[in-house]
Ligand binder design. Structure first.
Ligand code: SF4
Length: 718
């Protein structure tokens, strides 16, 4: 009988950041439950979190480093020492020959804060390039830019407790019921207990979230700014003048901007009945909380959509109070921590900005580097990185904890980039994934329950996770791997005694910054398990809500109104491509299914990708339910079974990005999405691509599922 082991860890899926109690027998996880006193979940857990134990020790775990001499060769196992020396030698050689900007690190919101910090220190501090970015660029970059521009600091002002105090909850561009189910459960419970709570959902689709709404605004795809401007005009008579005068700047220009727009024209642009918009505006009459996520962020005008939401809160003085404020829902478990640690290309740790000379000097001093050691050249962001690989400007990329060959837009471009890349390192828990098959060197990473780590969830809660089981095979924590490669490259500053020493170095780096965590030393965090920043002293309890005194993190202490003129989506519909493709997640799966795709109970809920079409669009093309349809535009062509539903409006089709090439070739919706991005946040526009759909065959699409078959799991038949 194996000895029982147990411990607590943050769920490694979505940004709700549920804390879980994990029980193991020997090295096998047998139970995952929600932790009752965790503010994120209060004992709740969704089916993805509850089945985490099934995805730790799987047949496709990467157990040893693997290497090959050419992409047409098979991988062969190698020792850690050989793998680390190869990575170090190749990165050094390429850097010396082509310059520091010829190498890059592409990480993820699933990396722990310790690893994100080390990647920033290694590349920006020691190697002289700012080429570190992560898939958080695809997720929260627009929210981060808007928070900083309007409030002076990234990170939401709000917390989950605000659900209990709001008079109205607005959910905009977010299918919370599927993508952030535990937080939405808290909203539903509040609504059951207090029927006076009003729930307004802004979404072109009739999602599960919209079905729970008191008021659903099914606006035309891409007309969000018109709606926010219309709502702002309607609430103007109730503007909180005292708050605006005392705590904001830029209101005169913003009011002129609003006055110059015609209300009826704005509402007409949304395609909504005027009475619906007026009702929504009426309900913004007390404490209101606005949840938003990818519908606002994944847009070429994502920053402006975020700013328009914040403008409404400033106008009505509904921020920094219980139940009030803008609340971006983070897609990934530690996208927040990655930003705090400076992983994105434009950042340095502690919410410092690379383009601020004073911030670069501070970072150099903290890392004992000479003045000017940190480059002022902007780093490559996610999409730019893969464009630079294709053009030959970038020669080597080190990818960790993400699957860009399934999750980036315009996947044919991404494949060309991998084809052109001279050297690719992939650090992951699994092989094969759509990305590992493009690697020269594979480094096996330990999973969430196999290491100690720290992460920050959507409400700024910093959570310590315990090591509960031993890593599978020779897998190592990501932060260990980075330290080993850095030392093999001959660099100093990567000789940490343990994980706690990495955390404590990063924590000190946040002193005096808006995301201050100096009060959370490794020992305290281990003891108290979770603390909310800012937390500036060892006796500080952490901060539930920010800006409660009306003082914002801008130099003047005032929040800034910004003008948010609409430009519309980049990919315009045309006679050739008359339908709008919008994309999103399903409740049963997470990202590219490298984990959830291995859980039979989740696959039974959602076994295959479909293309959702409105009955009018289907009828116009002679398509019936289950037909195989071809979806295409100038970037690619994919085949999917048609799902005919009123959940999407006429003229719009919906698909998910969960299923990549390992499931079946050319089914991933990201072959069609555009890499056009917001000019400031550089976040791509996953929510709006022009496509056409034709009926291909009157037959059900037969999928093969190599990974599930390899694992001996039953393949769902419907
Ligand atoms: Fe994990 Fe998100 Fe589900 Fe919570 S809601 S258990 S964080 S996937």
């Amino acid at each position: 009988m194996s000895a029982p082991r147990s411990g607590e860890a943050m769920c490694p899926y979505c940004g709700v950041g549920c804390r879980t109690r994990v029980e193991a027998e020997g090295n096998r996880i047998v139970r995952v439950r929600g932790v009752a006193d965790a503010p994120a979940n209060r004992g709740r857990i969704c089916p993805k979190g509850a089945t985490l134990g099934k995805v730790v020790d799987t047949p496709d775990r990467l157990r040893t480093p693997l290497v090959r001499n050419g992409r047409d060769e098979a991988f062969r196992p190698c020792s850690w020492q050989d793998a680390v020396e190869l990575a170090a030698r190749k990165l050094n050689e390429i850097r010396e020959r082509f310059g520091p900007d010829s190498i890059a690190f592409y990480g993820s919101g699933q990396l722990d804060t310790e690893t994100s910090y080390l990647a920033c220190k290694l590349f920006k501090g020691s190697l002289g390039t700012n080429n570190t970015d992560s898939n958080s660029r695809l997720c929260m970059a627009s929210a981060a830019v808007a928070y900083t521009a309007a409030l002076g600091s990234d990170g939401p002002p709000t917390c989950y407790d605000d659900i209990q105090h709001a008079r109205t909850i607005v959910v905009s561009g977010s299918n919370m019921a599927d993508a952030h189910p535990v937080t939405f459960d808290a909203v539903r419970q509040r609504k059951r207990e207090d029927p006076a709570l009003r729930l307004v959902v802004i979404d072109p689709r009739r999602t599960k979230t919209a079905e729970c709404a008191d008021l659903h605004l099914p606006l035309r795809c891409g007309s969000d700014l018109a709606l926010f401007h219309a709502l702002s005009k309607l609430v103007l008579p109730r503007m909180d003048r005292a708050f605006v005068e005392a705590h904001t700047q830029g209101s005169e220009d913003y009011l002129r901007f609003l006055h110059a727009m015609d209300l009826d024209a704005l509402i007409a642009e949304t395609g909504l009945a005027k009475a619906l918009v007026e009702r929504a505006a009426e309900w913004l009459d007390g404490a209101f909380l606005t949840f938003y996520s990818m519908g606002a962020n994944q847009s070429t005008e994502g920053v402006r959509k975020n700013l328009a939401i914040i403008n409404m809160h400033l106008l009505l003085g509904q921020i920094g109070k219980p139940g009030a404020g803008p609340f971006s829902l983070t897609g990934q478990p530690n996208a927040m921590g990655g930003r705090e640690a400076g992983l994105l290309a434009h950042q340095l740790p502690g919410y410092r900005m690379l383009n601020e000379p004073a911030h670069r000097r501070e970072a150099e001093a903290l890392w004992n580097l000479p003045d000017g050691a940190i480059s002022d050249r902007p780093g490559l962001t996610a999409v730019e990185m893969f464009q630079a690989l294709e053009s030959g400007r970038l020669k080597a990329v080190w990818i960790a904890a993400t699957n860009p060959a399934a999750s980036l837009p315009d996947l044919n471009q991404v494949k060309r980039a991998f084809g052109a890349a001279p050297f690719v390192i992939v650090q992951d828990a699994y092989h094969p994934t759509e990305t590992t098959v493009h690697a020269d060197l594979l480094l096996p990473a330990a999973q969430w329950s196999e290491k100690e780590w720290t992460g920050t969830n959507s409400e700024r809660m910093v959570s310590f996770s315990e090591r509960i089981v031993d890593p599978v095979g020779e897998a190592e924590p990501d932060y260990e791997i980075l330290c080993r490669v850095a030392r093999a490259m001959g660099l100093s500053g990567f000789d940490f005694q343990d994980r706690a020493a990495i955390w404590d170095e990063f924590r000190r780096y946040t002193a005096g910054r808006p995301c201050e965590m100096t009060g959370m030393d490794a020992e305290r965090l281990k003891r108290e398990r979770m603390l909310q920043w800012p937390c500036p002293a060892p006796e500080h309890p952490g901060t539930l809500r920010r800006y409660t005194d009306g003082r914002f993190a801008t130099p003047s202490g005032r929040a800034h109104f910004h003008l948010t003129p609409a430009q519309g989506p980049r990919d315009e519909i045309s006679a050739a491509f008359p339908l709008i493709l919008t994309t999103g997640r399903l409740a049963a799966h997470w990202h590219t299914r490298t984990r959830t795709g291995k859980v039979p109970s989740l696959n039974n809920v959602a076994s295959k990708p479909t293309l959702q079409l409105h009955p009018d669009d289907a009828a116009a093309r002679g398509i019936v339910e289950g037909d195989l349809v071809e979806v295409f535009n100038e970037r690619g062509r994919i085949d999917l079974p048609a799902e005919i539903t009123h959940a999407v409006p006429p003229g719009t089709v919906f698909g998910t990005f969960h299923w990549g090439d390992l499931f079946a070739p050319a089914r991933n919706i990201n072959y069609l999405t555009t890499s056009a991005f917001d000019p400031v946040s550089k976040q791509p526009e996953f929510k709006h691509a022009a496509v056409e759909v034709v009926r291909k065959a009157v037959q059900k699409l037969a999928f093969h599922a190599p990974r599930r078959a390899e694992m001996g799991e039953p393949i769902p038949t419907s």
